[in-house]
Design a protein around this ligand. Structure first.
Ligand code: FES
Length: 131
């Protein structure tokens, strides 16, 4: 992004300092990296008052908006310190500076064993492994 902002990747179609909204979609660590970079290495290239949104990939179950609570995402208001929770299946696009990425990473890791077991069952069901 810095190389693009500095014109090292060729002709720019958008000046980064004219951008009003940034949407980060990717892994929790990538989105947290974008969150941090906006306040450090990318700061000289961005508008001070831009809005940054992450498409938060919380673990989900029912996806019926406020039924099972599997998708709860912890937020902390960076201005007041207020803690609150968001149902990610109700609103996946969340303000990057409010999301508690440590909490999200820990919750995603909790699904790791289940995901590995599911992959093993799929491999067996699809004949990729024989026993
Ligand atoms: S996934 Fe069940 S309430 Fe969001």
């Amino acid at each position: 992004m810095i190389a693009y902002a500095e014109g090292k990747l060729g002709t720019k179609t958008v000046e980064t300092n004219s951008v009003d909204r940034i949407i980060a979609i990717g892994s929790d660590r990538m989105m947290n990296g974008v969150r941090e970079a906006r306040h450090t290495s990318l700061k000289p290239y961005l508008k001070d008052n831009h809005v940054a949104i992450g498409s938060i990939n919380s673990p989900m179950q029912c996806m019926m908006k406020e039924v099972c609570a599997q998708c709860l995402q912890r937020h902390v208001n960076p201005h007041t310190g207020e803690e609150f929770f968001v149902f990610s299946c109700f609103n996946q696009d969340q303000h990057l500076d409010f999301v508690d990425f440590k909490n999200l990473n820990e919750r995603l890791k909790a699904n790791s064993i289940q995901e590995k077991l599911t992959n093993l069952w799929l491999d067996r069901a699809l004949g990729r492994i024989n026993n």
